[in-house]
Design a protein around this ligand. Sequence first.
Ligand code: SAH
Ligand code: SF4
Length: 347
Amino acid sequence: MNKTDLTDFSLSQLTDFVESLGLPTYRGSQIFAWLYRPNITDFSQMTDLTKDLRETLATRASFDWPEIADVERSKDGTVKYGFKLKDNNYIESVLIPEEGRNTLCVSSQVGCAMGCEFCLTGGMGFKRNLSPGEIVGQVVRVRNWLHDDEDTELVLNNLVFMGMGEPLANFDNLLVALEILTYQRGLNFSDRRITVSTCGLVPKIKELGQKTRVNLAVSLHSVDDSARSKLMPINNKYPVAELLEACKNFPMPKRKRIMFEYILIKDLNDSISDAEILAERLKDIPCKINLLPYNETSALSYQRPSDKKIELFQKTLWKAGYTVLVRSSRGSDISAACGQLAGKKSS
Ligand code: SAH
Ligand code: SF4
């Protein structure tokens, strides 16, 4: 008999499954809570279920999250995890430990269909969406890995959907994953500690705002339509004005501010006048700006601007009153920095 994989289920879906086995509804939330406790690998560990029920579950269901296949540690403390999926595809997540906050950067797809010029994941093309269990599984496995590692006391407390793929292009699975991640008896992450990053799928930004309370990050990179369309083909479909309008209308209570990500690429979008125009276009949107100096890769010819240029760009935005951070390229020695995840072991 084919076993049902419980890792793809929200609580209500798990409850439906439990009811289909002729069991009372409350068993759904009981089993759900067990699944997300650290290091539970077998139904036999679910000690407040009857022995009969544990045996039934073992014959009818399974919960196998993707295994960690590789671990690479950077000199700066960043850790990159490679996961082998059941169909032999390969995805990556990156743990970024920082003062007071430990972030896991998770993937939402194998590859990406959005084709941004500067991004190695985009260069892979699109292979497939991750299931909810494959998204949540990255968090479960890394949390367990940290739990088992005697050399660390790190606890995961922040999630960003900035790994491989475009999360809003895998919207339904993203929603189920977010439900599991934020549910108190699931992984119990606060919405405020989860950020979903998008290249700008306007209708889905609206839906994300209506259906969740997570933070929004938008990969902007330019506010000039012709420059942005060259970098990011999605801009032909949803140009800058529409994207900024969707950001302006994004419901903010509790979320405070949208994060705009802006890659700085030498001689392309890094001039003082680019910064001034950016400041002007964002002025009605409560936001902070994250500058990402381009992470160079041998496969592409884009270059990172000089430190001086980066500083000038940042100062121009500061003077206009913005909160601006320059994101350091953590983990670049293990190809774990933004845009360097290429899933090279996919087969
Ligand atoms: N698809 C989503 C999330 C994944 S990409 C998105 O595009 O927002 C995460 C971030 O890394 C994006 O802001 C992306 O533009 C940026 N990025 C991609 N390649 C990069 C590179 N080579 N250097 C710096 N940032 C890069
Ligand atoms: Fe996809 Fe984001 Fe890379 Fe663009 S930057 S190709 S949307 S992963």
